[in-house]
Design a protein. Structure first.
Length: 215
């Protein structure tokens, strides 16, 4: 994945303009997001909040559950090896099985990941996304990560605004709605978000307007 230069520059500009009160909340690992948004250590919640770097640069992570992940990793890796187009991503604290290149295997992928989660017990859950299914520990989501940021400087006391384009962003939309903020869905599809932008280009135009309106 690559981030357009326009988006990259706008994110860093808004981070500066808001006094650091901008965070990236992602299903990707923090290290992966850092590679996409080079130019300064932004506050980032990675792996749906399983790891989180605050505005002071302090990173906290959930327990690794190495033994459980090893069992699930072997099961999902075997599936990916048998079916061309499937890609297993090991994020360290969670596992993601991508099937964008093999959409015909969607039902199979979902069944196997659900089976892996069931074998691990109630402390694990399945997170659906765009052509990806993730297996991760329960107890963290994007909404909880947003709420954690809003309890800290420089986010505390501010009106939250959250943009997202994936099913995994719905927890974030719901949290922002509860807090009286602005939830913005990018693209089509049913959503709890209160507002909608058509695509990435429209997001860039809107962010540019926000950046230019700030003193």
């Amino acid at each position: 994945m690559r981030v357009r230069r326009e988006t990259h520059d706008l994110v860093h500009a808004l981070h500066a303009a808001t006094g650091g009160a901008l965070a990236l909340v992602s299903g990707r690992a923090i290290d992966d997001v850092d590679r996409l948004f080079r130019g300064g250590a932004l506050p980032i919640a990675g792996q749906h909040g399983l790891e989180r770097r605050d505005a002071a640069g302090v990173t906290t992570r959930a327990p690794a559950h190495a033994e459980a992940l090893a069992h699930a990793r072997a099961r999902l890796a075997e599936l990916a090896a048998r079916h061309e187009g499937l890609l297993l991503e090991d994020k360290g604290l969670s596992l993601a099985l991508h099937y964008r290149a093999a959409p015909q295997h969607e039902a199979l992928v979902h069944d196997v990941v659900r089976g892996a989660a069931a074998s691990l017990g109630n402390d694990w859950l399945v997170q659906r996304g765009k052509y990806v299914v993730e297996l991760r520990p329960a107890g963290a989501d994007k909404g909880a990560a947003i709420e954690a940021y809003l309890a800290e400087a420089p986010f505390a006391g501010r009106l939250p605004v959250f943009l997202g384009d994936d099913a995994t962003d719905e927890h974030g939309f719901e949290a922002v709605n509860r807090l009286g903020g602005h939830s913005i869905k990018v693209g089509e599809g049913a959503s709890a978000a209160r507002w909608r932008l058509r695509d990435v280009r429209e997001v860039e135009r809107w962010l540019a307007e926000v950046a230019s309106a700030r003193p």
